[in-house]
Design a binder for this molecule. Structure first.
Ligand code: RTP
Ligand code: MG
Length: 143
């Protein structure tokens, strides 16, 4: 299986609950290496651009309001089959549907405030990494 990279956000609810370290521990235990990271507080334009694919959905305004409500941690994760592996450890979008032991089952309160984001495909991972990180901010590949 090829080594790939994916994009992750620890959302404002999880940052506010002091869960950054716990969530990083889950990534690392799952074999996902942090190869870039920073804390940012999204403004409305940055959040709207990130979730542009959902701009016509009824939950869009609430999603943007939530994502701008406090700082987030953004990171690039590297590992075998990283996009799918990361989605597996995140769990379903709605924490009520998320498997036990996933990040959303353990740390999310609702579908609107669901703790983490992860890219859903290799193409979106590349786009999302470039939306937040310059080339110099991401560690070069070593393997
Ligand atoms: P994300 O993009 O944040 O990783 O989440 P996801 O792929 O699991 O879900 P997606 O369909 O991309 O939706 C993005 C975010 O919008 C909110 N949402 N609310 N009320 C609803 O029906 C609804 N559906 C989606 C969630 O917060 C979701 O994470
Ligand atoms: Mg999504």
């Amino acid at each position: 299986m090829a080594i790939e990279r994916t994009f992750s956000i620890i959302k404002p609810d999880a940052v506010a609950k002091n869960l950054i370290g716990a969530i990083y521990n889950r990534f690392e235990t799952a074999g996902l290496k942090v190869v870039a990271a920073k804390m940012v507080h999204l403004d409305q334009a940055k959040a709207e651009g990130f979730y542009a694919e959902h701009s016509e959905r009824p939950f869009f305004k609430a999603l943007v309001d939530f994502m701008t409500s406090g700082p987030v941690m953004v990171q690039v994760l590297e590992g075998e089959n990283a996009v799918l592996r990361h989605r597996e450890i995140m769990g379903a979008t709605n924490p009520a549907d998320a498997l036990a032991g996933t990040l959303r089952a353990d740390y999310a309160d609702s579908i609107d405030e669901n703790a983490v984001h992860g890219s859903d495909a290799a193409a979106s991972a590349a786009r999302e990494i470039a939306y937040f990180f310059s080339d110099e901010e991401v560690c070069p590949r070593t393997r």
